[in-house]
Design a protein around this ligand. Structure first.
Ligand code: PPS
Length: 309
């Protein structure tokens, strides 16, 4: 198929929902599982910075903060390209019409990118390419409470043609609790990365803390990156990376992708940006069941979350 034809299809036709296939017990798209070796053998470098998250935990927000820091608060420089071109998503491979968008072959983009690179991943800790550990690359991990992650992931799965159909919210809650969603169990993800920070340079942040006090959390990132910025620049970063400003920023809000891939009229990528939105979605019965199951899955960890602020 010619590139023109592929672009035409991308603009005018619905992308089919992807096939899924497990790799190492984790649900992924089939194309990722079938090409797993390419991801596993990815060569990290000592000066890479990796932003790792469970999906919908505040990845894009953190990417924008980090880019603003790396560019000393220069907004124009941060608008040089889409978020997914600035920070390649190393565990994303796609095929067919989606290949015409840079978003999808994130792995290839990362391999070609000159250093120093800032990269994105949603991989659970045991699936991270081992070179990140041997190269001692810095990692920022951002965690968000399970219920808000679930609601955000549910709406994202409705609007993003690259994710499986989520069904009803009732059905999706069950799938989420059982870890039967792409990139696997939220519970194992947040706990696995929490434990990993004992042995590796990982800055572990929380979405709720970032929302409560962005200045304090950005200062943690500055310290971790061994950067110092003037107060005025810091305030500029807080403003530029606020939900309301990022929502209007086409280089950060995914609106440059065609509707055949992400349909923001179904649900915008920058949707609510608020801790506690799960309360507008869960019934009392769903919440009780979720909490009971949550206690069992999170037993024995020192990791705690706030489900509202
Ligand atoms: S992805 O697709 O996994 O990379 O998504 P991710 O960026 O991790 O998460 C998207 C959710 O983060 C919200 N968001 C923000 N919240 C607060 N402030 C800022 N600046 C911000 N930027 C993105 C976004 O709205 C999604 O959450 P929900 O709850 O769906 O609104």
């Amino acid at each position: 198929m010619s590139l023109e034809k592929m672009k035409d299809l991308q603009l005018n036709e619905e992308s089919p929902k992807p096939e899924t296939k497990e790799i190492n017990g984790i649900l992924m798209t089939k194309i990722i599982s079938d090409n797993w070796d390419k991801i596993w053998n990815f060569q990290a470098k000592p000066d890479d910075l990796l932003i790792a998250t469970y999906a919908k935990a505040g990845t894009t927000w953190t990417q924008e903060i980090v880019d603003m820091i790396q560019n000393d608060g220069n907004v124009e420089k941060c608008q040089r390209a889409n978020t997914f071109d600035r920070h390649p998503f190393i565990d994303h491979i796609a095929e067919g019409i989606c290949m015409t968008s840079h978003y999808f072959p994130g792995l290839d983009l990362a391999i070609k990118m000159p250093s120093p690179r800032t990269l994105k991943t949603h991989l659970p800790v045991q699936m991270l390419p081992p070179s990140f550990w041997t190269q001692n690359s810095k990692i920022i991990y951002v965690a968000r409470n399970a219920k808000d992650c679930l609601v955000s992931y549910y709406h994202f799965s409705r609007m993003n043609k690259m994710l499986p159909d989520p069904g009803t919210l009732e059905e999706y809650i069950e799938e989420f609790m059982n870890g039967r969603v792409l990139w696997g169990s939220w519970y194992d993800h947040v706990k696995g990365w929490w434990d990993a920070k004992e042995k590796h340079p990982i800055l572990y942040l929380f979405y709720e803390d970032m929302k409560e006090n962005p200045k304090r959390e950005i200062q943690k990132i500055l310290k971790f990156l061994e950067k110092d910025l003037a107060e005025e620049t810091l305030n500029k970063i807080i403003y530029h990376t606020s939900f309301d400003i990022m929502k209007e920023n086409p280089m950060a809000n995914y609106t440059t992708l065609p509707t055949s891939i992400m349909d923001h009229s179904i649900s915008p990528f920058m949707r609510k940006g608020m801790p506690g939105d799960w309360k507008n979605h869960f019934t009392v019965a769903q919440n009780e069941k979720f909490d009971e199951d949550y206690k069992k899955k999170m037993i024995g960890t020192t990791l705690t979350f706030r489900t509202e602020i």
